[in-house]
Design a protein around this ligand. Sequence first.
Ligand code: NLE
Ligand code: FE2
Length: 318
Amino acid sequence: APSPEKEASKADAWSSTRIPKSINEISNGENILGFGANLSADHPGYNDEEYKRRRMQIVELAKQHVPGQPVPYVEYTPAETAVWGEVLTKLEKLYPDFACKQFLDTFSLFNFRPDRVPQLQDMSEVLQQRTGWTIRPVAGLLHPRDFLNGLAFRTFHSTQYIRHGSNPMYTPEPDICHELLGHVPMLADPAFADMAYSIGLASLGASKEDCWHLTKLYWYTVEFGVIKEGEQLKAFGAGILSSFGELEWFQHGKGDQRPVFEPLDPFGKLTKMSYKDGFQKKYYVADSFEDLSAKIKEYATYLHNKNKVTSLDLSILQ
Ligand code: NLE
Ligand code: FE2
């Protein structure tokens, strides 16, 4: 069971509106919500002791990582590499029809190969050059405030362990396949990266309620966003792009069921997220990343005014 201190520090992460002055002030291992090394009973790896031990090893590496230092290399086992290879091979076939053009453009920068799980450090170096973003390893699902604040420092917190081999085509939580195939290519696109940065900016000094709304905004854009391309809808959200099942569902539905699509307004109410219980029932549609960024920046300004966050408070971001 979590210790009282841990629970208290989680509560702090919600209620303290203090703005971190650098990425070093955001912990990558303390405020972990669920998952991490403690799997819940409905996780596919729950009864697999070896899987849990292995995750623990990788999580320990992440906790020791110091910002600015290279991300530790993980020697993935043949079984882990096989999971990655299967996910990559199957998804690659769907991307030309289902992924947005920005994703298709940046994808080739990373030379993904089925026989080798890419290392976060190598991916981070490509992103540094393209958009100035850094990947930081994390011990599990970070507290939303910490995670969102990280985006304002152009830092993407990323898991390094891999999904359980029993269901490579869908996992309820982030894993290395999700980070690499969903987030990494999108973060190499400057307009998308600016949109993600805007969400981070909005989260600085945000109240608990506002932070929760921003979590949903993040969810329906960076994780499950859909963009208009002419008459078509294409995926840019990492949670869609890293799941074979969700890519099929968002385009074709299942049987006579279809997801619902709505335009995204950061000021509007956002629907309950489907987390752990399968695909999203509703997706929000963006016209372009530029349009989305402009709307989110307007929302950020509204939040900053409301929460009395000044330009001096934000000057740490240069
Ligand atoms: N469902 C996604 C996948 O299978 O890759 C992961 C979502 C993480 C938010
Ligand atoms: Fe994600």
